[in-house]
Design a protein around this ligand. Structure first.
Ligand code: GLC
Length: 717
């Protein structure tokens, strides 16, 4: 095997160089376009340069900027470089953010998105994608919810597997992240501590990482947070005991960017040498964006604080990956920008992104304004997102760096193309800035009054979610909310197109606006998708995979909560001093529940029934339900199965999603949906930390959303 032979030929310094991943730009000595000297944040010397084994971001790959030539000419190390990058929801062709695409409840779309993203990544000579990001989330204040697939372990696991499969189909390695439980940062504040019991960690947060590993993820990335006061990147229990020994993971563990060095500000390592020691003894193979390994690992080995066998194992894992991906033979498959351009932004890729954007959209409310008639004579598009290309999302890799004119259509351009005979009046009216406090909306109000229909294009800008963008107020900025008030008052035939990277607290908008269609950040084809959804060319079918709170004070808020000893049920106790688990100034329930999503048609659920009211291990119960499309257009519905364990050795959630089926029904069509219930589905991490089911009472539930289900009790004997 090449990798093993190559390892034998390397010195200790050369092996350690393979465990270092700076930003690609750190290795450029001069800007390839301007020739200006490049500042290297890591201070890698000319002697160290040839040792480096991999780079982060696009700097080895972009023939467009001549960097590729630099790396071919200047890096004469024994082992070719490999490039890795954040290919999260697209590479050049940008797909909807993951929190949106997950709402399709179609893992095969997530696979398609990753396949296409992987094909485009390869065209930039990137062979490792830093995805799936499968951190389970419950707090909309955290900006990175946009990268996740939401609050449910089942959906997260399925979407993580689909992402790995998609990248692998493209021949690109997948790096699942961030291990572990990064989505539970305290107060929704990025990089904050995570305190969690082992049982809850295993029950809710670990399954999706495990699913990705079992699906063949090649790498896993450590998370920035501490887990019970130990930084994940130096957490031997997490990385060695669980990941390596219990799960048998022999892939590459890469630190998050700078996370090895950050053990110093964490107050866990006194210096870079100690940080390197902690990470190595946690079997972290690759030190991203720091020189802890480069500068201290050799000394640590010589002092016996780190076994040289670790360096060999880590280096071999990286060489094997390079061999598997063909890097040892030929690290650069796309020599020129012309080669790259032929392989990206293909029409079928844009079409796929459009389909995904259409399937990600969630119709939150509809009191008849949507779909718009294409006979309408005058439409007012009002708001800061009516005519902007900035609806791509935040992790947008190369998009739109290489876009030509017309690749992206704004909402305005797409609506004009959709209804050419209609007069379109576009009024941005205010900015998308969080502190926008515009109050004068005379032009917008006049346009609204004069229009047959109004589309409010409002929401959260793509720069206000994603990493580092935690927020304590997750409603609309004051200016946008005032705009919505005045426009909805001016014309009742108003629908809102909501762009966002997280659940927003929009109770007032919900109260005053007849129809609200959430587009998330829909990506390159988002404008066209929005136009087709507005006019009913495609019927919205998305369902929320993350709960939308009424108020930020409810965060964290999620559907599979436990009941407490003083459950707050029923309207009579809401917002009153009732000595139950309630608030006296807000309802306890969400604005929109997990699983919520409307359609332009209606679905009727009848005859839900369980095949028996008791079962033993080995038996199978069947929960069946009739679903009928009682409207006048075809639609898709995600029928959901939840189960509740009524009494357990630990308190159990009031419901847990156990399966779902997305069905398509023509007008008037009816079908019977059946779910199998097995004893395996009832297993959980019990009080004694064994994994299994417990005999007793259960309730099966089926319906259209977490708060729209029928109840069917049964007993596990
Ligand atoms: C970032 C992110 C991580 C990303 C890495 C490289 O800080 O936490 O998701 O893969 O650095 O960009």
């Amino acid at each position: 095997m090449k990798a093993k032979e190559l390892l034998k030929s390397l010195t200790l310094e050369e092996k350690i160089g393979q465990l270092v991943q700076p930003y690609g730009k750190s290795l450029l000595r001069a800007d390839p376009e301007t020739g200006a000297p490049m500042r290297d944040p890591l201070g890698i010397t000319d002697e160290e340069l040839p040792l480096i084994g991999s780079v982060l971001d696009n700097s080895i790959c972009d023939g467009a900027t001549g960097e590729l030539k630099h790396f071919r000419d200047n890096l004469k190390g024994k082992v070719p470089l490999i490039a890795m990058h954040d290919v999260i929801h697209g590479c050049d062709t940008i797909f909807p953010i993951a929190l949106g695409l997950a709402c399709s409840f179609e893992p095969e779309l997530m696979k398609e998105c990753s396949y296409i993203s992987g094909e485009e990544a390869k065209a930039h000579n990137i062979l490792v994608a830093f995805g799936p990001m499968t951190d389970l989330v419950r707090d909309a204040r955290w900006g990175r919810v946009m990268e996740t697939t939401g609050e449910d372990p089942l959906v997260n696991a399925q979407m993580a597997v689909a992402t790995v499969e998609g990248f692998h189909q493209a021949g690109v390695a997948a790096c699942v992240k961030h291990f572990a439980a990064y989505g539970l940062v305290e107060s929704g504040r990025d990089y904050n501590p995570v305190q969690i019991g082992e049982r809850a960690l295993r029950e809710y947060f670990l399954p999706s990482y495990k699913a990705a590993i079992d699906a063949g993820a090649d790498m896993i990335m450590t998370s920035y947070n501490t887990i019970n006061d130990i930084p994940a990147t130096g957490n031997r229990w997490l990385m060695k005991d669980i990941l390596r020994d219990e799960w048998g993971f022999d892939g590459i563990i890469i630190s998050d960017s700078g996370a090895v060095k950050e053990m110093i500000p964490h107050g866990f390592a006194k210096d870079q040498k100690e940080a390197a020691c902690y990470a190595a003894n946690a079997t972290v193979d690759l030190d991203m964006s720091s020189t802890c390994y480069l500068r201290h690992l050799k000394e640590l080995v010589e002092e016996g604080k780190v076994d040289e066998s670790f360096v060999d194992e880590a280096c071999l894992r990286i060489l094997k990956l390079k061999e598997r991906l063909g890097v040892l033979d030929n690290p650069v498959k796309y020599e020129t920008y012309e080669d790259t351009k032929k392989a990206i932004l293909k029409p079928e890729y844009i079409a796929s992104a459009q389909k995904c954007a259409e399937k990600s959209a969630v119709l939150l409310k509809n009191e008849g304004v949507l779909p718009l008639s294409d006979k309408v004579k005058k439409i007012a598009l009002i708001g800061p997102f009516a005519d902007t290309e900035e609806i791509l999302g935040n992790w947008i890799c190369f998009g739109p760096k290489h876009y030509g004119k017309g690749v992206i259509k704004t909402v305005r351009e797409a609506v004009e193309a959709r209804v050419p005979g209609c007069e379109i009046v576009t009024v941005p009216a205010c900015t998308w800035a969080l502190d926008d406090e515009t109050t004068d909306f005379a032009e917008a109000v006049a346009a609204a009054k004069d229009a047959d229909a109004v589309v409010l294009c409002i929401g959260e800008h793509q720069l206000h979610s994603a990493e580092g963008n935690s927020r304590v107020n997750i409603g609309l900025p004051k200016g946008q909310m005032e705009l919505a008030r005045q426009v909805c008052a001016a014309n009742p035939n108003t629908a809102a197109l909501l762009f966002c990277g997280r659940p927003l607290t929009i109770v007032e908008l919900h109260d005053i606006c007849p129809s609200i269609l959430c587009m998330w950040q829909p990506g390159t084809a988002g404008g066209t998708a929005a136009a087709r959804l507005l006019f009913g060319d495609v019927n919205p079918s998305g369902k929320l995979t993350m709960t939308w709170p009424r108020a930020v004070g409810q965060c964290p808020l999620y559907y599979n909560q436990t009941r407490t000893g003083r459950p707050c049920w029923g309207m009579e106790v809401q917002k009153k001093r009732s000595m139950t688990s309630n608030y006296i100034d807000e309802f306890t329930y969400p604005l929109y529940n997990f699983g919520h999503g409307l359609s332009y048609t209606k679905f009727e659920y009848t005859d839900a029934a369980l095949s028996a009211d008791s079962m033993k291990a080995g038996d199978t119960l069947t929960l069946s339900v009739k679903v009928k499309n009682t409207g006048d257009r075809e639609g898709q519905e995600v029928v959901q199965l939840y189960i509740r364990d009524m009494v357990g050795s630990v308190v159990r959630p009031i419901k847990e999603l156990k399966n779902y089926k997305k069905i398509t029904l023509a007008p008037g069509e009816e079908t019977v949906v059946e779910f199998k219930i097995t004893e395996e589905m009832l297993r959980f991490w019990r009080a004694d930390m064994t994994f299994g089911s417990e005999a007793g009472d259960f309730t099966a539930m089926v319906g259209t959303a977490a708060n729209g289900v029928t109840q069917h009790p049964f007993v596990l004997e």
